[in-house]
Design a protein around this ligand. Structure first.
Ligand code: ATP
Ligand code: MG
Length: 265
C-alpha cells in the first residue's frame, strides 16, 4: 500500500480542474522540470513549496503558458484544464490567461492609471455592459484585493505611483477583475506587510469558493494557513503531494521532511 500512496495522492480519482502528465521544461540545456504528473482540484488552494531554484515558478508558468513568452523555454508533456489540452494549437494564449490569471512575485502594474490597470482585462474581453458596470467591476476587484480604501480617491493616478505592497494588491485586483477560473500566485505576499498579507490570505480563502488557486510560497506558515493541498518540489521533481496537514506533520519522503524541518532550502 505504502509504495503506491504518493502516486495515488498526486493523481486523484475525482474530476480534477487541472491535470498534468509527463511535464518537462527545458531552458536551453537546463532540464528545469522533470516528468511531473499532478492533478489539481477545483475549489482548492494548492501550495507549491521547495527550495529556491527547484522549479516552482517554472511549473506554475506552464499552467497559463507564460513559458511561451520565454524564448529559450521548451515545455513537453500534457496539461489539461477541464480536460482541454491547453497547448493545443487552437487555444489562444491570451484567452487562456484571462481564464488562468497570474500574480507575479514582483508587482508589475501597467504604465496606466489605477483604474485602467484594473479595467484593462474586462475591457479587452468585453466583460462590462456599460461604464457603470465597468466601475462596479473595478471597485469590486479593488475591494477584494484590499486596496479600495487607499485607492478610491486616486483612481486616475498612475499605478506605478503606489507603494510596492499597494502595487501588488493592484496586480491582484487586475487578475481577479476578469473573474478567472484559476488564479496562479507566485509568492504574492513577498512585498507585503503583515496586515496586507493577512488581507490577501483572506482573499485567497474567499476565492477558493469559486476558483482554484495555486500559490508558490517560501513561507511554510502561509502554506499551512491558506492551502488544503501542498506539493513539494526538489531539483525539478515533484517529490511529494498531498493534504497540507499531512505534508507538514508526517511527510512520506525524507527530502520533504528535511525541507519542512529547515535542513534544506
Ligand atoms: N528564464 C530562464 N532562463 C533560464 N533558466 C531559467 C529561467 N527561469 C528559470 N530558470 C532555471 O530553471 C530552474 C528553476 O527555476 P525557477 O525560477 O522555476 O525556480 P523556483 O523554484 O521558482 O525558485 P525561487 O524560489 O528562487 O523563485 C533554475 O535552475 C533556474 O535557474
Ligand atoms: Mg520562483
Amino acid at each position: 500500500m505504502k509504495d503506491t500512496q504518493a502516486t495515488e495522492t498526486a493523481v486523484t480519482t475525482e474530476t480534477p480542474k487541472i491535470t498534468a502528465r509527463g511535464v518537462q521544461v527545458y531552458y536551453g540545456d537546463t532540464h528545469a522540470i522533470k516528468d511531473v504528473d499532478v492533478d489539481i482540484a477545483a475549489n482548492t488552494v494548492t501550495a507549491f513549496i521547495g527550495p529556491s531554484g527547484c522549479g516552482k515558478s517554472t511549473f506554475l508558468r506552464c499552467i497559463n503558458r507564460m513559458n511561451d513568452t520565454i524564448p529559450i523555454a521548451r515545455v513537453e508533456g500534457d496539461i489539461r484544464i477541464d480536460g482541454e489540452d491547453i497547448y493545443d494549437k487552437r487555444v489562444d494564449p491570451v484567452q487562456l490567461r484571462a481564464k488562468v490569471g497570474m500574480v507575479f512575485q514582483k508587482p508589475n502594474p501597467f504604465p496606466k492609471s489605477i483604474y485602467d490597470n484594473v479595467a484593462y482585462g474586462p475591457r479587452i474581453h468585453g466583460l462590462a455592459t456599460d461604464k457603470a458596470d465597468l466601475n462596479n467591476i473595478v471597485e469590486n476587484a479593488l475591494r477584494r484585493a484590499a486596496l479600495w480604501d487607499e485607492a478610491k480617491d486616486r483612481l486616475d493616478e498612475p499605478g506605478t505611483g503606489l507603494s510596492g505592497g499597494q502595487q501588488q494588491r493592484l496586480c491582484i485586483a487586475r487578475a481577479v477583475a476578469t473573474a478567472p477560473e484559476i488564479l496562479l500566485m507566485d509568492e504574492p505576499c513577498s512585498a507585503l506587510d503583515p496586515i496586507a498579507t493577512a488581507q490577501i490570505e483572506e482573499l485567497i480563502d474567499e476565492l477558493r469558493q469559486n476558483f482554484s488557486v495555486v500559490i508558490v510560497t517560501h513561507s511554510m506558515q502561509q502554506a499551512a494557513r491558506v492551502s488544503q493541498k501542498t506539493a513539494f518540489f526538489h531539483l525539478g521533481h515533484l517529490v511529494e503531494y498531498g493534504e497540507t496537514g499531512k505534508i507538514f506533520t508526517s511527510p512520506e519522503d525524507s527530502r520533504t521532511e528535511s525541507y519542512i524541518s529547515g535542513r534544506i532550502g
